[in-house]
Design a protein around this ligand. Structure first.
Ligand code: FAD
Length: 385
């Protein structure tokens, strides 16, 4: 059996690793010549970590992961702590730690595990064709590749999604802009072992530790879509949006490197239940595009990879049947994650300010129990309990 994997991001490479481990021949085709991940880092929650463990990356991931033992919310003007609690109850409940990691390092770990030289870069798919017993992908250099099945891991702007669904989807602007990057840990801004988030005015400023004494930081600001992006004014822009915010936030803004700070307008796609057509399967953001508000998009791609490989490995009724079982196992799970993230997004970013203000009030009486039990439920919904 030969699988063609389109896209060399988190989803595509995890799928290729998973299939290879089960002895299925794979070929990965990636559009760009060199992958430059959008975004500085990513939090891999225990459901994602378990998938990477399962795929043989347990030790490598621990080297890259930050030590995130506590979680805290802080009020925006004075920086006073609204709630602070240990992550240990979560870790004890689900049996694994979360690991925030720098994206470039995650991507390298995945490529090294799979075999970097087995990825064909500079191969952009333009269209695909399925027949009763094979699938062919056509590339923009005029070449093509044929396999027994095709995994479309070509991201949120997927060109294969429309072929599978039979209609075009639209990305929905979630109403806020996110700036993110990496900065050296400075404990006068936040503790080194804590996920710290300052909240107010429907905005947030967050810091998570990753390896190498660095914080992954991000700033969220509700803004109209399509404002001009100018790297040279990033610091001034953030100083304006966060005027009057506490000293640690001002300090963080002064320490960021505008050259390496990313600006992303956050989108998702209305969930759909069809993830496969014949011998083609959507995987990762091509099949479910979410806002990052519960940090689960990449984790869900890892889950997809594990489930898809298991369905192909354990099924004797053929590829199409295995893919339908993959769809059955994944469609509700990923829809749930997208909708949960959308709900969290609206509360966090002041879609209805009264609801957001109530959330700020609730945080002042939060002991960790409610937040961690919500996280637990999300994590335990994954395929590797
Ligand atoms: P991608 O990473 O987009 O990879 C798709 C690949 O396909 C790319 O390399 C692309 O070049 C290639 N490609 C595209 N078109 C073609 C084509 N036509 N032919 C060939 N190749 C093609 N997730 C988490 O789990 N935790 C987090 O904390 C988190 N934080 C996030 C923060 C932000 C600001 C954002 C925007 C997202 C965040 N996510 C997070 C989501 C996560 O980044 C995505 O869900 C994940 O990258 C999806 O992986 P993917 O492989 O499906 O898609």
């Amino acid at each position: 059996m030969k699988a063609i994997v389109i896209g060399g991001g988190i989803g595509g490479v995890c799928a290729a690793i998973a299939l290879k481990r089960f002895g299925i021949e794979t070929a990965v085709y990636e559009a760009v010549k060199e992958i430059k991940p959008v975004g500085a880092a990513i939090s891999i929650w225990p459901n994602g970590v378990k998938c990477l463990n399962y795929l043989g990356m347990k030790d490598a991931l621990r080297e890259l992961g930050g030590n995130m033992r506590f979680m805290a919310y802080k009020e925006y003007q004075q920086g006073q702590t609204m709630t602070r609690f240990s992550m240990d109850p979560l870790i004890q409940s689900v049996g694994e730690q979360p690991y925030p990691v720098a994206r470039a390092e995650l991507q390298s770990m995945l490529l090294e595990t799979y075999g970097r030289d087995q990825v064909q870069f500079g191969k952009r798919v333009t269209h695909v064709e399925g027949s009763a017993d094979s699938v062919t992908a056509w590339f923009d250099d005029g070449t093509s590749a044929t396999g027994d099945l095709l995994i479309a891991a070509d991201g949120t702007h997927s060109v294969i999604r429309q072929h599978v669904l039979g209609y075009a989807t639209e990305r929905r602007y979630a109403g806020y802009v996110n700036w993110n990057g990496l900065v050296e840990i400075d404990e006068s801004i936040a503790p080194a072992d804590q996920w710290t988030t300052f909240v107010g005015e429907g905005k947030r400023v967050s810091l998570m530790p990753v390896s190498g004494n660095r914080f992954y930081f991000f700033f969220d600001v509700p803004l109209p879509k399509g404002l001009p992006q100018d790297r040279t004014t990033v610091r001034e822009d953030l100083q304006g949006y966060f005027a009057g915010w506490a000293e640690p936030v001002q300090k963080l803004i002064s320490q960021i490197n505008p050259e390496t700070t990313n600006r992303v307008e956050i989108h998702d796609i209305e969930p759909f239940m069809q993830l496969v057509k014949g011998r083609i399967a959507l995987l990762g953001d091509s099949g479910h595009s979410t806002t990052p508000d519960i940090g689960q998009g990449g984790c869900a791609a890892m889950e997809d990879a594990v489930v898809l490989a298991n369905m192909l490995q354990t099924n004797s009724l053929g590829i199409e049947d295995a893919l339908l079982r993959y769809q059955e196992k994944r469609a509700y799970r990923v829809k749930d994650l997208v909708l949960k993230a959308r709900k969290r997004c609206d509360v966090t970013h002041g879609k209805e300010m009264a609801v957001t203000e109530q959330w700020y009030e609730d945080l002042k009486t939060e002991t960790g129990e409610r937040i961690l039990s919500g996280m637990c439920e999300t994590i335990l919904g994954g395929p590797l309990e």
